[in-house]
Design a protein around this ligand. Structure first.
Ligand code: KIV
Length: 265
């Protein structure tokens, strides 16, 4: 299987084809996802909720993400590995450098940072140091206290404008990828018009280049009510690998996300 790199995802963007991404936190699940044809693995700080049992992602540390990145990298898969920069782990230049060093040395190909247009200087700093970035925009779970909960973002025209302008400025600053979470389809469509980097979505509609789901949601391993954008692929599969295959196939034939997984204004 050919190695998936950022160039592969960029080709998806230029050729308007789709790629798939799931979260992964260890070697076995990473191997199964890779065998199923998944393109990218996200070592997300969602691990704070699905593995550690916290009510949000804020307690997750750089050591946690480094440890799970090493576990995922141990699968030696052909997948691109994207690892999350945890809450406040890039607040100063020194922290940003130390965190990226830890994650890249643990096996990350790309680091994911949550925020908005405030990320421009961080994207440039990382770019100058050879660190590839994915900017996570929209519903950024590390901002849960400011948002007052997990809510769809970009619903008012001012909020939509802010999101679209942030995506455009981060694209111009040279971010290698954008991850858009929980925004109305129309906002995503506008973001696709003003950016050139590959865009992966979760609850961001069908117009993005890639789709990502938290592995536990995709496999139906959930304790609470699932968000609207989730589909349980395990309910149609006989094995975990087959559930990953069904997700991969549904992303690529564009049957996922369906209307019922999307947000309108
Ligand atoms: O941490 C994570 O798993 C994420 C996904 C929800 C996209 O950021």
């Amino acid at each position: 299987m050919a190695l998936i790199t950022l160039n592969t995802l960029k080709k998806h963007r230029t050729e308007s084809t789709k790629f798939s991404m799931v979260t992964a936190y260890d070697k076995c699940f990473a191997s199964l996802a890779a065998k199923a044809g998944i393109d990218a693995l996200l070592v997300g700080d969602s691990l704070g909720m699905v593995l550690q049992g916290h009510s949000n992602t804020l307690p997750v540390t750089v050591d946690d993400i480094s440890y799970h990145t090493r576990c995922v990298a141990a699968a030696s898969s052909n997948c691109l590995i994207v690892s999350d920069i945890p809450f406040l782990a890039s607040a100063t230049i020194q922290d940003a450098v130390n965190t990226a060093r830890a994650l890249v040395q643990a096996g990350a190909n790309v680091v994911k940072i949550e925020g908005g247009s405030n990320l421009t200087s961080l994207v440039k700093l990382y770019r100058d140091q050879g660190v590839a970035t994915c900017c996570h925009l929209g519903l950024t779970p590390q901002f849960v206290n400011q948002f007052g909960g997990y809510r769809v973002q970009g619903r008012t025209s001012e909020a939509a404008k802010r999101l679209i302008n942030a995506a455009a400025s981060l694209d111009q600053a040279g971010t290698d990828m954008i991850l858009l979470e929980c925004v109305p389809n129309s906002v995503t469509e506008e973001i696709m018009r003003v950016t050139t980097a590959p865009v992966v979505g979760i609850g961001a509609g069908p117009s993005v280049n890639g789709q990502v789901l938290v592995m536990h949601d995709l496999l139906g391993v959930t304790c609470d009510k699932s968000p609207r954008f989730v589909k349980n692929f395990m309910s149609e599969a006989d094995s975990i690998q087959e559930a990953f295959e069904l997700f991969n196939q549904a992303v690529k034939d564009e049957s996922f996300p369906a209307l019922e997984h999307c947000f309108e204004e």
